[in-house]
Design a protein around this ligand. Structure first.
Ligand SMILES: C[S@@+](CC[C@H](N)C(=O)[O-])C[C@H]1O[C@@H](n2cnc3c(N)ncnc32)[C@H](O)[C@@H]1O
Length: 252
């Protein structure tokens, strides 16, 4: 299958998802406004910024077009955003360099509206670097981090266990690992034998949180979980409303 995250369609949807204003994303009364600004809330609601050391290092794995990566830079001296989509990484790099990038929002069929994605003023863009990479085989020397964020990533990996197995060597003692996901397990992304949960095992329903605990709890303590709604606008009259579960882990 060709990578959907290289397509014009998803590039536009993710730029709007990450950088669109409330009026640009949801110009309807009665819509789920609590689901707006998801990449911002992944940081504000899940990262314990008060416990970060000065000059903290952060890694945003599966960063897409980088909004959460920039939000982490409000609190960290250095932030690396990694994504497997070369297109997303290239556009995120333009945002780091120029602070803005034009794009098209799909409204209906071939009808579009030109918009501009802008990194919020006050964020030091030079703290942020974007690179192409695979979460399942991250490069050997990214160093260690005070925070790792993996937002809506694990159910898009072929072998999420490989990513989880790497995290203890990447997170500093006392550092934070934030994993958010709606747990949309699909065979087209993840063969069922690699799903972390969402199946019956020995007659018992196994959730993804069970699978995460099994993979992480030797080296991380579970601080807590949160429900994080999010909204992706496909076109003027069609949205995906989802509720991710965030699990927040502290390295032992
Ligand atoms: C559902 S999107 C979530 C993006 C972003 N974190 C967010 O919350 O909006 C999944 C992202 O993971 C990226 N991705 C998929 N497989 C990957 C891999 N093996 N390594 C790194 N990123 C990957 C995709 O390119 C896409 O940007």
């Amino acid at each position: 299958m060709s990578n959907p995250y290289e397509s014009d369609k998803l590039l536009g949807e993710y730029l709007l998802f990450h950088y669109g204003s409330a009026a640009e994303v949801l110009p309807w009364s009665g819509g789920p406004v609590a689901a707006l600004d998801y990449p911002v809330r992944c940081v504000t609601e899940c990262v314990d910024v008060a416990s970060l050391p000065p000059g903290a290092r952060a890694l945003d794995v599966g960063c897409a077009v980088g909004r959460a990566t920039f939000e982490l830079a409000r609190h960290c001296g250095e932030v690396i955003g990694v994504d497997y989509s070369r297109r997303f990484v290239e556009v995120a790099g333009v945002l780091a360099r120029d602070g803005a990038v034009p794009y098209q929002r799909t409204d209906e069929g071939a009808l579009t509206t030109p918009l501009i994605a802008t990194v919020p003023a006050g964020i030091q863009r030079d703290r942020v670097k974007f690179e192409h990479g695979d979460a399942q085989k991250l490069r050997d020397s990214p160093g260690s981090f005070d925070v790792i964020l993996a937002a809506n990533l694990i159910d898009r990996l072929r072998e999420p266990g490989k990513f989880l197995a790497r995290t203890p060597s990447l997170v500093r003692s006392g550092g934070q690992l934030v994993i958010t996901s709606p747990y949309t397990w699909l065979e087209e992304f993840t063969p069922p034998n690699h799903w972390l949960g969402g199946f019956i095992e020995n007659g018992v329903a196994r959730t993804t949180l069970d699978g995460l605990s099994r993979a992480l709890s030797d080296r991380f303590a579970l601080v807590g979980t949160k429900d994080l709604p999010f909204l992706i606008r496909e076109h003027a009259r069609k949205y995906q409303w989802s509720v991710a579960q965030a699990s927040i882990w502290r390295r032992k």
